[in-house]
Design a protein. Structure first.
Length: 301
């Protein structure tokens, strides 16, 4: 890696650490939203750097849909012990059992949208006033509209037309009772920046990200892993393919890509050559043209 790119990563790292420290300074009960994906992993290690040698002063929140990849859950539990942080788990299944949300039915049923209620309930139950997330502006057009400090009203909703200016990296965290903020320290990072940072910092990641043989089906152009929650259509036949995942979401909606990239160096080369964003493999983003923005307005990540 050349010296220019190393300097670029250091600038991004410094910016993110500054934002994370601002959260700790301005808010009473912050938390880090942890999905088990590469972005939230980077955030966890940035938080470790921000407060070293002390421990990370806020908990991790994981919204468990019950449809997670086993590799993601295994990694989550390992990382919590590695960093010595507290973990708060919000359960979508518990929300269903309580009647807070209704399980979707049908061939394309997903629990992705149900996460919103569970997340807002978890934030309210633990009085979280700032939830740090790993969203990046290059991922999706709705996320490109976000500020570093993203205000949410008392219903957890986001108004993209009513955001606060952030001139000279001055962040306004003032809020009314019941409101909270979502904070995105790596907003200015790209997918390539994330991979380069993971590589240079030698950060361990879930096995899902590396090429491996897996039983999958191909549906509407997406390569989906077989699982207890994926209902096969008539004529769909599982097959073994060598794949990897560019993003970690629920098993029924997260598409893989065929790949031979089984090392960090190969993944970086593959990402450099790709002309498709990582969220291009997510079925939940294809339900409508404004699927992500609609979910964000209602309180989604």
């Amino acid at each position: 890696m050349n010296q220019y790119y190393l300097s670029h990563l250091k600038e991004l790292e410094s910016e993110a650490i500054f934002v994370i420290r601002e959260v700790a300074a301005q808010f009473e009960r912050p938390a880090l939203l942890f999905s088990g994906g590469k972005d939230s992993i980077v955030l966890s290690y940035l938080s470790k750097k921000a407060f070293y040698p002390a421990r990370i002063p806020f908990p991790l929140i994981h919204i468990d849909t019950g449809h997670n990849f086993p590799e993601t859950m295994e990694y989550r539990d390992w990382l919590v012990k590695e960093l010595g942080v507290n973990l708060i788990v919000g359960s979508v299944q518990e929300s269903i059992d309580k009647g807070r949300v209704k399980e979707e039915t049908g061939i394309n049923a997903s629990r992705n949208a149900l996460q919103t209620v569970t997340l807002l309930d978890t934030i309210e139950a633990h009085k979280i006033d700032a939830a740090i997330g790993g969203a990046r502006r290059d991922e999706e057009k709705a996320r490109a509209k976000e500020r570093f400090f993203s205000h949410r009203d008392e219903f957890g909703q986001w108004d993209p037309k009513n955001q606060r200016p952030e001139l000279w990296n001055l962040f306004n965290g003032r809020k009314q009772i019941g409101e909270h903020f979502r904070v995105f320290p790596i907003s200015n990072w790209t997918e390539m920046d994330v991979w380069q940072y993971l590589f240079t910092e030698k950060i361990a990641i879930p096995r899902l990200y590396f090429a491996h043989d897996r039983e999958v089906i191909v549906r509407d152009g997406a390569i989906l892993s077989t699982s207890p929650w994926l209902t096969l259509r008539t004529g769909e036949t599982p097959a073994i393919k060598r794949v990897r995942f560019r993003t970690c979401g629920d098993m029924p909606i997260t598409g893989a890509v065929e790949s031979e990239a089984d090392t960090m160096e190969k993944i970086i080369a593959e990402v450099a050559a790709s002309r498709k964003t990582e969220r291009g493999t997510r079925a939940d983003d294809k339900r409508s043209e404004t699927a992500m923005e609609d979910r964000k307005k209602s309180g989604y990540f």
